[in-house]
Design a protein around this ligand. Sequence first.
Ligand code: BES
Ligand code: ZN
Ligand code: ZN
Length: 499
Amino acid sequence: MKHSQLVVSVAREVPKTEVVGVPVTSDKAVPGELGLSRAQLTAAGFDGKVGQTLVVQASGKTVLIAVGVGAGSSAKAHDLRNAAAALVRAASKYASLSTTLAGAGRGDRAEIAQAVTEGLLLASHRYGALKSDKSFGSKLKSVVLVVETKVLGAVANGSRRGVVVGEAVCMARDFANMPPAHLTAKMFADRAQEVASETGLRVEVYDKDKLLAMGCGGMIGVNRGSVNPPRMVKLSYRPSKSSLKGKPAGKGKKSALPHLIMVGKGVMYDSGGISLKPSNPSHAMMKADMSGAAAVLAAMSTLKALGCKNQITAYLMCTDNLPSGSAMAMGDVLTMRNKKTVEIHNTDAEGRLVLADGLSLAAEQEPDAIVDIATLTGSCAAALGPKMSGVMGNNAGFIEQVVAASKATDEDVWELPLERSYRRMLDSYIADMKNVGGGEAGAITAALFLDEFTGGHPWAHLDIAGPMWSDGDAGWLQRGATAYGTRLLVNLAENFRRR
Ligand code: BES
Ligand code: ZN
Ligand code: ZN
């Protein structure tokens, strides 16, 4: 299934399109084809900053759109991703666009072409399945990246990668935007199976009976209030022999492929459970409480197409969190997969309960590192806002790799301390721990809870509660579920190194 309606291609010659997007710097010469002077552009309020566009009705049939790329030729891949996003928005009433944007700026051409292509796909995406107006959203169907012959190969290759990644992000957004009744845990697992078979992944789906038999008390406990059964999806990727050519084939455990495990929070709808959230319309976005699982599935779907050389395993922990006569109550004690016991003090702190089982299963495989991603705490969103994810973990070297992936993809993260002295806030008089700390440092105590299930393996936790949702269209973000972290995880999976 396709999640972006845009076809991006690469050519040497300018094709006939309805719109031509012309990159304009903020200081260098204005391209002659615009037919406007710098003074005229300035008078029209366009000074070439990244994200600015100006529609210039040309004399012929073609519409010219000036698109700002910033100072000189110093624009970097991230600027050009945002410039491409602004351009597709400005061209959204037309069906076809060509642009030389992939030849603008400075840096690796393939990297720039990938970023530009991502920007095109991401800013033209809408979840339109539930609109009766089927022409809802961007009308743009095709974009041609026009480049010089000598960079054609690099641009084509980068753009191909951009299509793979952009399509994956659109898929994750579609899943996260789907209403609770349109995407139950079972439906999501079914879709994950389809995605896996289309993208060369091994997949295993665990139903309620299996989860019970495996002792996954977190998953079972959170699911207890729901009539929809839970699902855990395990996805496995191994590079093909041919893609590993040139890599020394090693013997024994430590020379095996680097192995990274990703765990995603898949709470299909978070009502809070018995600790019911107040009736605030903004909580409709709690349908996107499975954004972590969606990002993990999407990232996994790209690995074969991108030729990832590491071994990657993923767990999607899927259930909703609802109140009913059978729901988990406060004071209940759950026994998790790793046998630790948890006293429930707030059923709305459910994400950590489902992640606990996923992390335990990940730890059992003795991977080189584990990363989890979750819309976990309002506390993290309050601290860092919508622009960045929190990151916490037990291993500075691995956190460094996560930060590097963040820098490479323009999905910002900020490290919060895993302050071990706060662990006592989770102490329970009856069980090994409570599922909530006090009122303070909620993002940190949530991470300290997760830490109990990692078996001491290098681990990083991404709390995307802030950036999981966007109130409007801006840069590569579109209103609604953002699929934040998808591109970061792709980059992390590709560049992961054992320490
Ligand atoms: N899914 C929410 C966290 C969340 C809040 C995500 C806002 C996105 C936007 C999570 O399950 C939750 O309810 N957390 C509680 C934890 C508390 C009870 C310790 C919270 O943050 O209030
Ligand atoms: Zn909750
Ligand atoms: Zn939640």
